[in-house]
Write a protein that binds this ligand. Structure first.
Ligand code: ASP
Ligand code: MG
Length: 420
C-alpha cells in the first residue's frame, strides 16, 4: 500500500478537488489518502477562535460564516445537487460550531484551539470523500481521531505509538476497501479529546501511517514541482532536486525548507520508506525522491528566514560564557518556548538569532536582563546555504551587511541586514 498526502493548496477550490479524482484514477494501488483543511481554512478557524476567546462573538460568527460559505460554494460546484446528504451533514457541523461559540470558553486556549481548529480537516475530508465517491473513485472516510492517539499536549500532541499502532492496523485492513480518505494534523487523547499535531502537521500524519502500515512509499502532492533548491519567492532560477538523502532532507527542513514538515522524515527513514514530493498539476513529472542515498554533494540549496532578531548577551561581570551561564541562558529560551535558529559564543558574549516573535521575545529579554547585559537588533535575515561554495556566498551577500557567520563542512549560515 501507499500513502498520499494532499495539502491545503491541493483542495483549495472545486477545480483542485476534481484534479485529485483525476490523479487517484491513475493509481490502482491500495491507498490511504491524507487530506488537509481546504486552502487557508486553518488560518480562518484561528481567527474565529481568537475572536471567540477575546469575547467578540459577532466577529467570531461572521468569520465562521465566511468559512461556511467558502465550503458550500465548493460543494455546490462539485456535487451540484443540493439534496445530496453531505449538504445537511456539513450544515450540522457548522450549527454545532455556532452553538459552541454561543457558550463561553471552558478549557484553556490550547484546548479550545484543538476542538475548534481541527474541524477544518473534518469538513474538507467529508467534502472530498463524498465527491470522490460521486466521481467514480470509491473510498472509505475514516476519522483520524479514532486511530491517532496522542497525549493531552494540545496544539502539539505527542503520538502514543503503542495504542496508535494497534488502532491503525485495525482500521486500515484493506479488507473491504482499497482507498481510505482521512485527515492529517488531528488526533485525540485516549479520553477522546481532540488534539492537533502542530501547524502543517498533515505531512507528519502521512509519515506516521506509512510507518505503522509499512507503506511502500509516501507521496506528498504539492503546488511546486518537487523540492526546489530555493523558494521561488526569492529566486527566479530555482532548480528541482531530483534525489535527496533522508539526512539532507532532515537538514534542509530543519533549517526552514518549507515543502515538508521537519518531523516527517524520521519515521520514514527508520523503515526505509521513500518519500516522493510531486506536483499535483503535473502528476506524471518525476518530482523529488527522498530516500537512502549516497552522494558527495548536492547543488547548493538556499533557505531564507526573514524578520529575524539577533540577541546579544554578555555577563555583567565579564565572566566567561561557560556552562553555568549557558545553562541559565538556555533555560530562559526553553522556558518561554523561543526557538533558537542559530547561536554563537565567544569568551564573554553569546549571540542568538530567533524569529521575531512578539509574544515571547519581550519576556525572554526581561528575564535575561536580570543577570546579563542584553541588546538586540531587529529587521535581520538569516540565510542558510547547504552545499555552499564561494560563488553562492557572494551571490547572497550582494547589498547586505554581514553580522554573523557560522559554517560547518556542508552548511553556512549568515545573519545579515539588507542595505537595499
Ligand atoms: N491544516 C493544517 C495547517 O494548515 C495542517 C496542514 O495543512 O498540514 O496547519
Ligand atoms: Mg496547510
Amino acid at each position: 500500500m501507499k500513502v498520499f498526502k494532499f495539502g491545503g493548496a491541493s483542495v483549495k477550490d472545486a477545480a483542485a478537488v476534481k484534479n485529485i479524482a483525476v490523479i487517484l484514477k491513475q493509481y490502482p494501488d491500495d491507498l490511504v489518502v491524507v487530506i488537509s483543511a481546504m486552502g487557508k481554512t486553518t488560518n480562518g478557524l484561528e481567527r474565529v477562535l481568537n475572536a471567540y476567546i477575546s469575547g467578540d462573538k459577532f466577529r467570531a460568527l461572521s468569520e465562521l460564516n465566511n468559512i461556511r460559505d467558502y465550503h458550500f460554494a465548493i460543494m455546490r460546484e462539485l456535487l451540484l445537487d443540493e439534496s445530496h446528504a453531505v449538504f445537511s451533514e456539513l450544515e450540522n457541523v457548522f450549527n454545532g460550531l455556532k452553538k459552541r461559540l454561543e457558550a463561553p470558553p471552558t478549557g484553556s486556549y490550547n484546548h479550545e484551539y484543538d476542538q475548534l481548529v481541527s474541524l477544518g480537516e473534518i469538513i474538507s475530508t467529508i467534502i472530498v470523500s463524498n465527491y470522490l465517491n460521486f466521481a467514480g473513485v470509491p473510498n472509505t472516510w475514516t476519522d483520524a481521531r479514532q486511530f491517532l492517539k496522542t497525549d493531552g499536549n494540545f496544539r502539539e500532541g505527542r503520538v502514543d505509538w503503542d495504542i496508535s499502532d494497534r488502532l491503525i492496523r485495525e482500521t486500515f485492513d484493506f479488507r473491504n476497501a482499497h482507498l481510505y480518505v482521512t485527515q492529517g494534523f488531528i488526533g485525540s487523547t485516549v479520553n477522546n479529546l481532540t488534539t492537533t499535531l502542530g501547524r502543517e502537521g498533515s505531512d507528519y500524519t502521512a509519515a506516521i501511517l506509512a510507518y505503522i502500515l509499512s507503506a511502500e512509499s509516501v507521496t506528498v502532492w504539492k503546488d511546486v514541482p518537487g523540492v526546489l533548491n530555493a523558494d521561488p519567492k526569492w529566486f527566479d532560477d530555482t532548480i528541482r532536486l531530483e534525489r535527496i538523502s533522508y539526512l539532507d532532507a532532515i537538514e534542509l527542513t530543519y533549517y526552514g525548507t518549507s515543502v515538508i514538515h521537519p518531523k516527517t522524515i524520521q519515521p520514514l527513514r527508520n523503515k526505509g520508506i521513500r518519500l516522493y514530493v510531486k506536483s499535483f498539476l503535473h502528476p506524471s513529472d518525476p518530482g523529488t525522491v527522498i530516500g537512502e542515498d549516497d552522494y558527495e554533494k548536492l547543488i547548493p540549496s538556499f533557505i531564507f528566514k526573514m524578520d529575524q532578531v539577533l540577541i546579544h548577551v554578555h555577563p555583567v561581570d565579564f565572566s566567561f560564557i561557560a556552562e553555568d551561564n549557558l545553562e541559565k541562558i538556555f533555560r530562559c529560551f526553553a522556558g518561554y518556548g523561543l526557538k533558537i535558529n542559530l547561536m554563537q559564543n565567544s569568551a564573554i558574549s553569546f549571540d542568538v538569532c530567533v524569529n521575531n516573535d512578539p509574544s515571547r521575545i519581550p519576556d525572554v529579554l526581561a528575564d535575561l536582563q536580570k543577570e546579563f547585559r542584553v541588546s538586540s537588533s531587529t529587521g535581520l535575515e538569516l540565510i542558510t546555504i547547504r552545499y555552499y561554495d564561494d560563488a553562492t556566498i557572494s551571490r547572497v551577500l550582494i547589498n547586505k551587511e554581514l553580522l554573523l557567520t557560522q559554517r560547518t563542512r556542508k552548511t553556512i549560515q549568515m545573519v545579515v541586514r539588507d542595505l537595499g
